[in-house]
Structure formats: C-alpha cells, structure tokens
Design a protein around this ligand. Sequence first.
Ligand code: ATP
Length: 249
Amino acid sequence: MTDSAERATGPAAAPGGRGGTGLAETPMVRAENLHRSYGTGSTRVEALRGVGFEVPRGELVALKGRSGSGKTTLLNLVGGLDTPDEGRVTVDGTDLSGLDEQGLLRLRRDSIGFVFQSYGLIPILTAAENVGVPLRLRGTDPREREERVALLLSLVGLTDHAAQRPGELSGGQCQRVAIARALANRPVLLIADEPTGQLDAETGLAMMELLRAVVRSEGVTALVATHDTQLLDLADRVLELSDGTITGS
Ligand SMILES: Nc1ncnc2c1ncn2[C@@H]1O[C@H](COP(=O)(O)OP(=O)(O)OP(=O)(O)O)[C@@H](O)[C@H]1O
C-alpha cells in the first residue's frame, strides 16, 4: 500500500499542514463551547452541552462515547452539515459561522471527506464510478479523474474490484470504496462516523488500520467516531463524549 499511497499523495501533502497556508500552527479543528439541542418543551434533548476540543493537524483523533452521547451531532457540526445553537467551529482556520450555505457547500466539497457507517454508495455505479463522483461534481478533467480514481482504488486495495457494484462487494470492500471516495478531492479533514459499525471485528480493525495508514500517507487529519474500544489504540488521541460533554482526552 505504501507505494500507491506515496503516489496518491504527491510531494505537496505532508502531515502537519499543507505548505504555504501559513496555518501550520493552527489546529485543523477547533470546537468551542458547542451547544446543540433537539425538540422543545418536555421532548427537548440537549445533545451537546458546551463541548470544546482541538484536533491537531495530521492526527487521527478518535471520538468515543456510548450510543446517544452526541457523537453524530458533534461530527455534523464539525463537518458543516448542521449549525450549533451556541459556540463555534473552526476548520482549517475558517470559522464556519462566517460561511453562508454556498460557503459551507464549498467547504464540504473541497476540504472535508465524509465516511458513514452505512457507506452511502450509489448502488447502480461501479466502485470506480462511485469514487469518481466527487471529481465529477467538481468538474475534474476526465483523464485526470480516471488517474486519480485508479490511484485511490489502489490505495485502498481494490484495483481488481473497480468494475463491481456495491451489491457485488463485501461490507469491508464497500467501506474501502467509501474511504477512497472521501479522499477523492484531497480533503484536509476526514470525518468518519462509526466507519466500522457494520463490519465484523477483524474487518473493522483492518478498516481502522487503513484509516491510520491514510492519515500518514495522505497528510490528512481524521476525526473518527467509534464505540469500539479495540480500535482506540490506533488513534493518536481519544476524546470521550458522555452525555453531551467531553469527559476525557
Ligand atoms: N434529529 C434529532 N431529533 C431529536 N433528537 C435527536 C436527533 N438527533 C439526535 N438526537 C438525540 O440527541 C442525542 C445525541 O444523539 P447522537 O446521534 O448525536 O448520538 P451518538 O453518540 O452519535 O449515538 P449513536 O452512537 O447511537 O449513533 C440522543 O439523545 C439522540 O436521541
């Protein structure tokens, strides 16, 4: 995997920042005093109650917590998919509260890669076509797109499965496709919500190892929610959410 990983990366991307941004010392993610509630009155749920943390550049940070502790809510705020009731999220030096819907769209398309528990692949497209979707959306030249897709499939070990559709792939292979797709636009931040949730223990561990390798080789920063304690050893640091607050790091 190392060879293809190096080729996928190129010389520009290195852990700790992308040369010339002047942001090398700024954490990739800074969350300050985040509050997010759902519902009103007696049905009101305070999902996040003053969450603050930082994710340093080039690190793989795991977010652990029981079901309902607020992990998905938090990842949605960090990824610009939702806005907090109070508090602030900064990604790669950009304060998300200063962005309008177009700005958030651009940030999600160009700077953030998402991986979900349910893979989120398009069933009628092949593995290669799924990986190429973000590149099509960005209007990448077809030849460049083809090369990037081939490189990414090789990075996740799926070169021989490029022409298969999700229904013809195993769960672990589908998640590899999803990871390759998330990396297509060379994001600075990878957000993964329970990426091993639908996989058996062994495949789940292999997936976390792949994420670990990708963080190193692609110079990407990753924030990964999991409640699988076995996977936490592979993280550079672990944040613990409990009842909407950070209780350990
Ligand atoms: N759209 C919503 N409407 C109402 N309540 C919600 C909504 N989304 C989440 N919640 C509530 O907010 C709390 C946090 O949910 P969240 O999905 O963030 O937790 P989680 O740690 O990701 O859980 P899991 O590990 O089960 O995915 C829970 O009590 C949940 O029921």
